[in-house]
Design a protein around this ligand. Sequence first.
Ligand code: H79
Length: 425
Amino acid sequence: MGTREERTRWFLQDRFGMFIHWGLYSIPARGEWIRGNERMSREQYMTYFDEFDASRYDPKKWASAAKAAGQKYAVLTTKHHDGFCLFDSKLTDFKATNTPAGRDLVREYVDAFRAEGIAVGLYYSIIDWHHDDYPGYGDKAHPDRDNEAAKDKPIDFDRYLEYMHGQVKELLTNYGKIDIMWFDFSYDNMTGEKWKATELIRMIRSIQPDIIIDNRLGGNIRAAELEEYAGDFFSPEQIIPPGGIVDVNGQSIPWEACITLNDNWGYHSEDKNYKSTQQVIRSMVECISKNGNLLLNVGPDAKGEMTRESLVILDEVGEWMRLNGDSIYGCGKSSLPKPEWGRYTQKGNKLYAHVYDRGIGPIYFQGLKGKIKKARLLRDGTELKVEVPWMAEEYSDVDGGAFITLKGAKLPDEIDTVIELELFA
Ligand code: H79
């Protein structure tokens, strides 16, 4: 089983993953929260169950898109808040095998991603709008409990917990080795032992000793004394924490920002508010420069295809990663402060300068005078000169910086030009 440090080692190396939100909500195509947001009744929502056919679902295509983008792990919504299961659970009828799709979609996902050498994660919503014994996430978001008749119906929450624990057990028993368990999420007093979290964690670790788990079952992952269920990594959503994530002693702890490509997790046919490839890459670099990972979301459509816009971004990210991946994988925060022209990532004595602002003249590296053994453009290996410009001693000696000359007026890569600095050991 090992320590958190041992369990998360691969995760901190890999740095970049694909999040996939896919389910019945992909049919109305207004985001994954549609049933809650629009107060849809169970009957209304069941019409999607009756037509979900996943007819163009080919997770091999997803896996090759992830692979080409340089993503090293993936996380799929096996059950979102709506309670619909993409897997063949024995504990419910509300599952893909009972829709026109008629297949266990999680099985195919696991197999396809494994075949590409991509680590496999499973998202599982502990909130459940379908189960009769779930109290609802607030009264507003649970359509069935808005209904006067349903409101006073007594619930047996233990029965829900048995169901939830049982499904997690199925997921971790039936699909071979699973690398990540991604729970979503605790709120108010619905946290920690409300989920029988210690028991749940022990069961998980007895089946999958090396699995890593997010921090959304509750507890305080930043504390000195950790609850057993506090999780292996912190999971900020739609935000990159300004200072990374540190524990109470100021030590960096594993974290992963999950970010959407447009403004929705689940497929939204009218949401064209996509981030640019440049934003995506620079955000990934920002995460790594703060010792974090990026889990980048895609929301495939009802048939199972990723949007054209998403595929273009993934493709462009991959093109950049192919040339600049050395500045990403296995890299983390540098001890140097953030430079004014961009960001640093670092791996041992290799310091990667991500230059966003070319300026004119040579680029200034504060604190590195006499410390650079070799400098090169990462994308093609071109040697770069560490020189002392005319009159440099008048200004560089002040804080011991070094200058590197970059030829031409423009950056060789507008997205992120990476200079690899090999430092003297
Ligand atoms: O699966 C994705 C989200 O659906 C889920 N977590 C990520 C990974 C998530 N669900 N809820 N939240 C995150 C936070 C709650 C947001 C809310 Fe709302 C604000 C719930 C009600 C108001 C956003 C806006 C969702 C519905 C309206």
